[in-house]
Design a protein around this ligand. Structure first.
Ligand SMILES: Cc1cc2nc3c(=O)[nH]c(=O)nc-3n(C[C@H](O)[C@H](O)[C@H](O)COP(=O)(O)OP(=O)(O)OC[C@H]3O[C@@H](n4cnc5c(N)ncnc54)[C@H](O)[C@@H]3O)c2cc1C
Length: 405
């Protein structure tokens, strides 16, 4: 029985250990510093205080015991490929080594501040549940101030757009409850349209909807510097921001660059071949946002939750094939489209490689379905159905907004 160590229990890593644990063919270890898993595409809802994490978070300790993998609460900090060991930083007993037969790195990505001066000091990021919680604490303070407050979000990719729409919804809710506070939400994007990686007609529809919801959208504006309470553009204009969130671009953590000689690209993603094996070491696999994985058409697998989930399902099957002595098959990402949520009852999505744009409440339900499909892999349909029903009941009995204004 070979020992597979999976580092990172996010969209990719957690689905992989679940599938491998259930198969019982390997000894499986998950290395993850957090105690609980939350679905990353919903971090903006945690930041806005509209996500019920009581029902939708997963305890790694409980889940590992039920599914059949070992969970080690630690962060990977180094690698020795010759000795086939990784170095861990554990809060309980400090440094530790762990041996592997196969290593899977799935540690995701973080926001890229492009070394813009002042951003790391003065802006918040939404890269982890802890950061989203920190953002929520700041938002909650603003909401209770009794004054008009300016929120500026830099970057109109999916994260920035979804956060802007969520905060605009909280703002409308506040006015319904006749609170004195109001939020002005401004979304700043350097390129000439929101969602620059999506088809133009999707960008247009999303921008129109954001503006209908009261968000000020500024495109073609490049932030040059962040100061305490202000963002400065490359033209020298200054935007006041009582809360400033940076959601522009991604990169992988710096410790991944040159990890015992593993080849990486300019944003620190580990370069893999079509079988998801590192181009430098075939016993090391990389999944999700941490990987630069080529596709048959010459593009690379995009850093999206859907791609992370598909890669995890593919790799679980490949480990099954390895156990049976078969060769590895290439991973080909099947793009099922992209959905961007604009509040709790509206979403815009693309299907058929951007040829079809859909919008409305049923697209928002589709967005939720992607999250429920992830939960189905982790828990099975029975528990997911129970969670959906419980959440509906709770929503009827309690206001959706955490601050209970
Ligand atoms: C606010 C937000 C909204 C998004 N919305 C969408 C969307 O609408 N649609 C979409 O497709 N994608 C969306 N994404 C992107 C999507 O979440 C990612 O593509 C996906 O989560 C990547 O999966 P992953 O497993 O590679 O990484 P992650 O899900 O980020 O998981 C990485 C895991 O690694 C752990 N880790 C980090 N460092 C270490 C270490 N040193 N040692 C051990 N473990 C470590 C982390 O704790 C985490 O659990 C969004 C992202 C954000 C932040």
């Amino acid at each position: 029985m070979s020992k597979i160590v999976v580092v990172g229990g996010g969209a990719a890593g957690l689905e992989l250990v679940t599938r491998l644990g259930r198969s019982g063919l390997h000894s499986v270890v998950l290395v993850e510093p957090a105690t609980h898993h939350l679905w990353k595409p919903r971090l903006h809802e945690i930041a806005a205080g509209t996500f019920d994490n009581e029902l939708d978070s997963l305890s790694y300790a409980q889940h590992s015991a039920c599914v059949g993998y070992r969970y080690v609460q630690a962060a990977m900090t180094g690698l020795d490929r010759q000795a086939k060991t990784i170095r861990l930083d554990r809060s309980v007993d400090g440094q530790q080594q762990m041996q592997y037969d196969y290593l899977v790195i799935a540690v995701g990505a973080v926001s890229n501040d492009f070394k813009t001066p002042g951003v790391s000091e003065h802006c918040l990021f939404l890269d982890s549940a802890a950061q989203a919680q920190q953002a929520w604490e700041r938002v909650n303070t603003l909401l209770r101030s009794g004054q008009q407050q300016e929120v500026v979000i830099v970057g109109a990719g999916a994260t920035g757009v979804e956060l802007a729409a969520e905060l605009a919804k909280v703002n409308r809710q506040l006015s319904r409850y006749q609170q004195a506070t109001s939020l002005t939400v401004t979304l700043v994007e350097a390129s000439d349209r929101v969602l620059p990686a999506s088809p133009v007609c999707m960008s247009e529809k999303v921008q129109r909807e954001l503006e209908n919801q009261g968000v000020t959208v500024l495109t073609g504006v490049r932030v040059h510097e962040a100061e305490h309470g202000y963002l400065v553009t490359s033209e020298g204009a200054r935007f006041k921001g009582d809360l400033m969130v940076w959601a522009a671009g991604i990169k992988c953590a710096d410790w991944l660059a040159g990890l015992d000689g593993l080849a990486t690209n300019r944003i620190n993603q580990i370069q893999v071949d079509v079988t998801l094996q590192s181009v430098t070491d075939s016993d090391i696999f990389v999944l999700g946002d941490s990987a630069e994985c080529p596709q048959p058409d010459g593009t690379f697998v995009p850093p999206r939750a859907q791609a992370a989930n598909q890669a995890a399902a593919h790799l679980a099957h490949q480990f099954y094939r390895l156990a049976k002595g078969a060769t590895l098959q290439p991973f080909v990402f099947r793009d099922g489209g992209m959905v961007v949520a604009l509040g709790h009852s509206y979403a815009v999505g693309t299907l058929m490689q951007g040829k079809l744009i859909l919008r409305g409440r049923f697209v928002r339900n589709l967005y939720d379905t992607i999250f429920r499909l992830h939960q189905r892999v982790l828990f099975g349909w029975g528990r997911v159905t129970a969670l959906v029903v419980l959440k509906r009941v709770k929503y009827l009995l309690n206001p959706y907004y955490k601050g209970n204004i």
